[in-house]
Design a protein around this ligand. Sequence first.
Ligand code: NAD
Length: 523
Amino acid sequence: MLKIQEYRPESFIDFTQADNVAAYQAALKKVRAELVGKHYPLIIDGVRVDTAEKLESINPCDTSEIVGSTAKATVDDAQKALDGAWKAFESWKKWTPDARARILLKASALLKARRLEACALMSIEVGKNYAEADVEVAEAIDFLEYYARTAMKYSGFGAADTTWYEGEENGLMFMPIGVGVSISPWNFPCAIYLGMLAAPIVAGNCVIAKPAEDSGLIAGFVTDIMLEAGLPAGVLQFLPGVGEEVGEYLTTHAKTRFITFTGSRGVGLHINEVAAKVQPTQKWIKKVILELGGKDGMIVDETADIETAVTAAVQGAFGFNGQKCSAMSRLIVVDSVYEEVVGQFVERAGKLRVGTGEDNANVTAVVNEESFEKIGKYIGIGKGEAKLLLGGETPGEHGGKRGYYVQPTIFGDVPADARIAQEEIFGPVISVIRARDWDHALDIANTTEYGLTGGVCSRDRARLEQARHEFEAGNLYFNRKITGAIVGVQPFGGYNMSGTDSKAGGPDYLANFMQLKTVTERW
Ligand code: NAD
């Protein structure tokens, strides 16, 4: 067993302190000097392999800048990665859980030492401001620390309880399942990417990690850290590439044992379908873990503390420009306090500073052209469905630089069944919905097909207890923002079309990547 202190989440850096801001700016300089312009090849069986084509990362806040590039894997590369990973599995599965966990702890120490570099890289590659980037790297460190510790509980024969039976020894063993593919999104390109590969690996599996096309550099950065920490060759294969090509190849492949996917509802459901089809020579039913989108609502009732509710709404709606699966995109306000709450919400949102991640703006550019176009289209739809209260423009430039800039946008009196109130926009566009009373508000909250996060701002104890049971959300928050789940503290995962509720950062997350064997010996 590991001899380490009990898990405690990382604390966040306080950017109201001038010396912390100065340290961040120094990290930005260092990253610009050392990492911007870098190219990350594939890593297959521990060997760096380049490809004829590459994927470029564009700075969303200044689209004239190419931040760097990764190789672009082909299906041949994917096949080699799969074959190599199965070879590596033969020895990796025999490592003890504590030996595997030590690699995560070493990686955590390395990432802690380079925390601000990882943050600064994300400010440039995906436009995170200082606090958003810092919270994410803290989460990545937490995943490593937390999964290293939870791996211990699956160790050895008898790790799970069975009932004693006369004349026999009976017990359960947790076993790794094999080689899987981990497919991640660009919006938490450090924490989700790392968490989704570290968990299966510490459980004894081998992983082919396919990062999102827009955020290959930060993925390459943390992959290097995992290898520097001592992962044997082939346990982690780094395979940046196009989802529809190598992603599709791997999710449909007979030799893929499990798929862990975080991304959009459309792609997730497609993977669910193709992975269910048994291929010739396939020996198992693939395990598929899907964490998908959200259309997350927060209710404010007439008993709420208005200041608390408005702060929660602004933070939950506009943190990282609303590009979080957990972002509050629907604010549901009870009629008697509607004008007051919405008035203050619009006023506070109107004061948010738009700019670059490097300048630590509150709202920065959205990630890429596709998102920019999609958000613009929804703003247009919203103008036909509801009353525009704030923003509504997509200037596409800031401070003389082209970038995917969208104004913080709020629509009021949005019908609960309007498209902007039902479909995931994934940008700084909020629908405010008026409810007659508490019961109506709770009904509205449960009208979407998603069920990821949700919130209630209320001082009525009975209502909070009712919401605790009836609000359909995997992560429910009372009297605070609905984003920012902390590893181990608020295990994360959604209901309904938001996913398989696997609860990343939860006590049983590693069991997703294991199978149980019961062994009986008669004396
Ligand atoms: P996306 O679905 O477009 O892409 C996610 C990943 O899937 C990428 O790596 C992409 O290359 C890959 N992919 C695309 N097509 C594929 C295919 N046919 N086969 C295999 N892989 C394929 O999502 P995105 O735009 O990167 O991320 C935003 C989405 O992710 C939003 O919907 C957001 O809500 C969701 N998200 C959910 C959570 C959660 O925990 N529930 C967390 C973060 C983001």
